[in-house]
Design a protein around this ligand. Structure first.
Ligand code: FAD
Length: 272
């Protein structure tokens, strides 16, 4: 459980971070809270030679109101999101998901940017942000790109970020504080989701039911054409490809997706 040798490269600006990524190429990785990357390095599943430490870039922190959206800095921690009055007011589903990430230690160190950039289909924040129609700002050598959640998650631990991109901001459109629910099933409390579901307005998004967070299209269509929640939820596993692992079989995940979609639709309606 000891990582391979690496060089620590602290940076204090976004440009320095992007330049360092460009300079060291594929041998470099950004380090934010370290709560996904360091465990991978200890298991030698990641062996970057250079860790570009962005923790001191103050421009990447904080949550602010913009005209039609909240702007959340990539280094904002799960704990700051969970306890933010702005998140509570304008994007409560994101606060609810942040509250369910790991334990207090993880929430105090882990960041929203790291969670999203890691590209894990079970990431609580990724699933909730997709539900909330969030978009992601990537800053690279050629400037900024805004990437919608639909286009951001590409495959297993793979996102639309380029090797020399820094994820700088997450944009969350203002949403009504009703008609949302985030459901997460875990084997032990404070664990990763076996399956999760975000319902926000007409969006129904599934976590851990494939390589990326997935839209439950058939459920959304069923609701739009007047199906009741039980009928709609029965389609929850259509188009998904859950894996079997130590925590659950693929069949059990399919079952859970239906249960959690029903629960999420029911809770969202109660809030409306
Ligand atoms: C015990 C434990 C339990 C956990 N439980 C959960 C859970 O229940 N739910 C959950 O969702 N997560 C869970 N996590 C993961 C946690 O949320 C991590 O904090 C998060 O996934 C990664 O955030 P980080 O800031 O630690 O990123 P890091 O580990 O520093 O980085 C993760 C990856 O993202 C890249 N990266 C980081 N920041 C940026 C950026 N700004 N731009 C571009 N790339 C970037 C890094 O290069 C790396 O590849 C758990 C972790 C642990 C250790």
């Amino acid at each position: 459980m000891i990582p391979a040798l690496f060089t620590h490269v602290p940076v204090t600006t976004i440009k320095e971070a992007s330049d360092a990524l460009n300079h060291y190429g594929d041998d470099a990785k950004l380090l934010a809270g370290g709560h996904s990357l360091i465990p991978l390095m200890k298991l030698r599943l990641a062996t970057p030679g250079y860790l570009i430490d962005i923790a001191r870039i103050n421009d990447l922190r904080g949550i602010r109101e913009d005209k039609d959206k909240l702007v959340v800095g990539a280094l904002t921690t799960h704990e700051q999101i969970e306890n933010s009055p702005l998140i509570r007011k304008y994007a409560p589903i994101i606060g609810a998901a942040a509250k369910l990430v790991g334990d207090p230690q993880v929430r105090n160190r882990g960041t929203i940017g790291g969670s999203v950039a890691h590209g894990d289909a079970a990431s609580d924040l990724s699933v909730a942000l997709f539900g909330a129609n969030a978009s992601f700002v990537a800053t690279g050598p050629n400037g900024k790109r805004v990437i919608s959640a639909v286009d951001f998650f590409l495959g297993f631990w793979t996102t639309a970020l380029n090797q020399d991109d820094v994820l700088t901001e997450i944009h969350i459109p203002y949403a009504p504080s009703t008609n949302w629910s985030y459901q997460k099933f875990t084997i032990r409390s404070q664990d990763w989701a076996v399956v999760s579901v975000a319902v926000s307005g007409s969006n129904i998004i599934l976590g851990a039911m494939g390589e990326i967070p997935l839209r439950a299209e058939k459920c959304e269509q069923a609701i739009a054409s007047g199906a009741d929640f039980e009928q709609a939820a029965s389609f929850a596993d259509e188009g998904t490809s859950p894996s079997s692992d130590i925590r659950a079989s693929a069949d059990y995940r399919r079952h859970l997706a239906k249960v959690l979609v029903f629960d999420a639709l029911t809770e969202a309606k109660k809030r409306s």
